[in-house]
Ligand binder design. Structure first.
Ligand code: MN
Ligand code: MN
Length: 305
């Protein structure tokens, strides 16, 4: 059976590139696989795919019962394809926490606390003695730049740095120049509605029995995004009501200065205030030095429920 490889909903560059790259590696190892995606690639990802002249993976919305699948860049079912609970997960390659993951059958599970799934994939090429071609190198490079904000995020490890060095050589790309252009391409969100803004890169998670959503957008100028605060809050409130969300955090991250501004709504905003030792002013808080949802936002929230 052909296995479907996909990353999380609201796909980011790592999710899209990881599905394409792992499909390439598994195919070279004789497996029958197909790269898929669960949503529209964002502008940053489109910039990378256009630059590298690569087609986006095929769009799917759900998986059939007993479909064999490979998950990349996520493992939480709430972030995965509809029907995932009844699919057969054969493999996971990921760099996120493991919260409530469960399967009926044994599987291959690879998790490493590195900055990007593609850093793990880069190592898997080496371990399997498979040559990395120029296009795959470009895809992996783009993903690592995206997830580590050009190696500036605290999620970055020496392994990510090493991978970037070598992948840039294979791809023949000046990664600093290319990376900044790619990140900037992702910050032009002017044509998105407020509803699209809050779901562009949104992760749902549970804080004990509370339902939280943390959405994040990259920005080259936070004030541009804050100018749309009223409509963003309206969209957040609607989502809170419709989906029973207890805490909604919308994070605007300045990719140049490495700071964030958060808009926080819901009946559990006190969790956020405790977590960051701040008092919200007009539903807002400034988070100096905070750029990583995974490492700097989610853990303090979990520790202060
Ligand atoms: Mn991701
Ligand atoms: Mn990732």
């Amino acid at each position: 059976m052909e296995k479907l490889i996909f990353g999380h909903k609201s796909p980011d560059t790592d999710t899209i590139c990881s599905s394409l790259v792992l499909a390439n590696l598994r195919t070279k190892l004789g497996d029958s696989v197909k790269a898929c995606r669960l949503g529209e690639p964002n502008k940053e990802t489109k910039y990378a795919l256009d630059y590298l002249n690569v087609q986006a993976p095929q769009l799917i919305c759900e998986v059939e019962k007993d479909q064999e699948v490979i998950l990349v860049d996520h493992n939480e079912f709430s972030q995965s394809a509809d029907g995932i609970k009844n699919a057969k997960i054969k493999m996971v390659v990921d760099h996120h926490r493991i919260n409530d993951f469960e399967t009926a059958e044994p599987l291959y599970y690879r998790a490493e606390p590195v900055g990007c799934t593609c850093t793990i994939l880069y190592k898997m090429y080496k371990e399997n003695n498979v040559e990395i071609d120029k296009t795959m190198a470009g895809l992996m490079l783009s993903a690592i730049i995206s997830d580590t904000l050009l190696l500036k995020s605290p999620t970055k490890t020496v392994e990510d740095e090493k991978a970037v060095e070598e992948l840039a050589k294979i791809a023949q790309i000046d990664y600093k120049e290319y990376g900044l252009e790619m990140l900037k391409a992702g910050t032009d969100l002017s044509d998105l509605s407020a509803e699209e803004l809050i779901s562009l890169d949104c992760k749902e998670c549970s804080l004990n029995d509370k339902k939280a959503k943390i959405a994040q957008v990259n920005s080259a100028d936070i004030s541009v995004m804050l100018a749309r605060k009223a409509e963003i809050e309206e969209a957040m409130k609607k989502d809170i009501e419709q989906n029973g969300v207890d805490l909604f955090v919308f994070v605007i991250t300045d990719i140049i200065e490495s700071n964030s501004q958060a808009i926080v709504l819901g009946k559990e905003t006190s969790i956020f205030e405790r977590a960051f030792g701040v008092a919200l002013e007009n539903d807002e808080a400034y988070l100096p030095g905070v750029v990583s949802r995974k490492k700097q936002i989610l853990p303090p929230l979990q520790n202060n429920v």
